[in-house]
Design a protein around this ligand. Structure first.
Ligand code: HEC
Length: 156
């Protein structure tokens, strides 16, 4: 069983860092989760962002794809006026350098946690975590001007 030991140790460390609330570990888990969901195929495109690689206005790459998970889609379909996106909402943004989506610049994710706060994460093209955290000022500085801190589209 010896060869298993390093892998086991690594997964224990990962579990521990998540348990301790390490933002980086949580961001890694979140990226894994949306990839397991196959977000590029299974999530809806955000309202107002129907086209692949639409020109973006933020710092996340010149051309963006913005996807929303089921929780957001269902809230939009229900159409009830909301003052905040529900817990479990996830928005994923692929930011590309080019209109042909050959060079990925950043992947950015927002996840609505209990207590009404967003967890923010941004990743380099090699998946390393550039920024991560709850209510992160690096992100909210720009995002606070949006409805419930979402810049690309408004609340129902
Ligand atoms: C300089 C301003 C600015 C900063 C700083 C910024 N964003 Fe954004 N972000 C935007 C704009 C503008 C959009 C709308 C889409 C676009 O134009 O690219 C956006 C869109 C997004 C989206 C799609 C959902 C939405 O809110 O529209 C995500 C996810 C996102 N940003 C994550 C982040 C994360 C994570 C950080 C911090 C690491 C961050 N952003 C920092 C300006 C900013």
């Amino acid at each position: 069983m010896r060869p298993l030991a390093p892998a086991l140790l690594l997964s224990l460390l990962a579990a521990l860092s998540t348990a301790l609330g390490c933002s980086r570990g949580q961001a890694e888990d979140l990226l894994e989760q949306v990839r397991d969901d196959d977000y590029r195929s299974n999530y809806a495109r955000a309202p107002g962002w129907p086209d692949p690689q639409q020109p973006g206005f933020g710092p996340h790459g010149g051309f963006v794809d913005i996807y929303v998970n089921e929780v957001v889609s269902e809230a939009i379909e229900a159409g009830e006026p909301l003052s905040a996106w529900p817990e479990g909402s996830i928005i994923v943004k692929d930011g590309w350098e080019d209109a042909d989506a050959e060079a990925l610049r950043y992947v950015a994710i927002m996840e609505k946690r209990g207590g009404g706060e967003w967890f923010w994460a941004e990743y380099e093209e090699d998946d390393s975590v550039a920024y991560a955290g709850l209510d992160l000022s690096t992100c909210t500085g720009c995002h606070s001007s949006g409805e419930d801190q979402v810049r690309a589209f408004g609340l129902p």
